[in-house]
Ligand binder design. Structure first.
Ligand code: HPA
Length: 275
């Protein structure tokens, strides 16, 4: 389990690499959006492998580095490459960079992912603003001795997904002609895609989409008081809904198809995330 000093050590190393630059928004970008890190102006790259206490992503094509600089007028810290619990990491490892970002002065987090659509009204290619989530079974990312400098032992999750940011995202999507939904994300740790029976159960429980990422970071960000905007891309219909298997090829292909509109949406919403 990490101590405050571990987060502080990472943050201090990063500060030594980015001189007086201070990020305001942490961006954790899912499948298909990693390229947005390359759009950052005057970028300063900090490799995960050089940062004390950072773990390294094992997912192919996920680059392991932080990118600091300006994007759409915002001072950003972009994670190019994220960790997942299915890689063997603890939830606290996956969320480690979020607390480091907090210590660097970040006030908001924009997080995206690919997900399977559970809601019968959803189509492949739709975007969904995450309004809430369900996480049932995995180990909690902030379990263990509470780090008082970062947040309270017990904390609220009622207003996790900042209403103001969701409103802005809805307006901007409408202006761009991008269809956007709002719904509940069910966190399933993977690496298997779900069974059809699990998907039915998730629907009954109130889920609209399912995915294997995002929630450890969201919980940790909420604990330390960051404002949060989460956007899912529906890359496939969830298991049992389409009379075919769920494949990672489909997920990746759909993520690639949507990348231009996804990036456009992110670029128009980002300047409005003012903390
Ligand atoms: N299930 C879990 N994770 C996912 C899916 C899915 O159907 N699609 C993309 N990520």
């Amino acid at each position: 389990m990490y101590k405050f000093a571990d987060y502080a050590e990472s943050a201090n190393y990063i500060k030594s690499r980015i001189s007086d630059f201070r990020p305001d928004v942490l961006m954790i970008l899912g499948s298909g959006l990693g390229f947005m890190g390359d759009m950052v102006e005057n970028p300063v790259y900090v490799e995960y492998k050089n940062i004390p206490n950072f773990k390294i992503s094992t997912v192919p094509d996920h680059r392991g580095r932080l990118v600091f600089g300006k994007l759409a007028g915002q001072n950003v810290m972009v994670m190019q490459g994220r960790l997942h619990c299915y890689e063997g990491y603890e939830a606290a490892d996956v969320a480690f960079p979020v607390r480091v970002a907090k210590l660097l002065g970040v006030h908001s987090m924009l997080i995206t992912n690919a997900s399977g659509g559970i809601n019968f009204d959803y189509n492949v290619g739709d975007f969904m603003l995450i309004s809430d989530h369900i996480r049932l079974f995995d180990i909690h990312p902030v379990r263990g001795e509470n780090i008082e400098e970062l947040g309270d032992r017990f904390f609220d999750m009622t207003y996790t997904y900042t209403e103001e940011y969701r409103q802005i995202a809805k307006c901007k999507a409408e202006e761009l002609g991008i269809k956007i939904r709002e719904g509940v994300y069910f966190y399933a740790t993977g690496p298997q895609f779900e069974t059809p029976a699990e998907i039915k159960a998730m629907r009954i429980l109130g889920a609209d989409a399912v995915g294997m990422s995002t929630i450890p970071e969201v919980i940790t960000a909420r604990h330390c008081g960051l404002k949060i905007l989460g956007i899912s891309l529906i890359t496939n219909l969830a298991a049992g809904m389409a009379k075919k298997e769920v494949t990672v090829q489909e997920v990746n292909e759909e993520a690639e198809k949507a990348e231009t509109s996804f990036a456009k949406l992110v670029m128009t919403v980002l300047p409005e995330m003012k903390g």
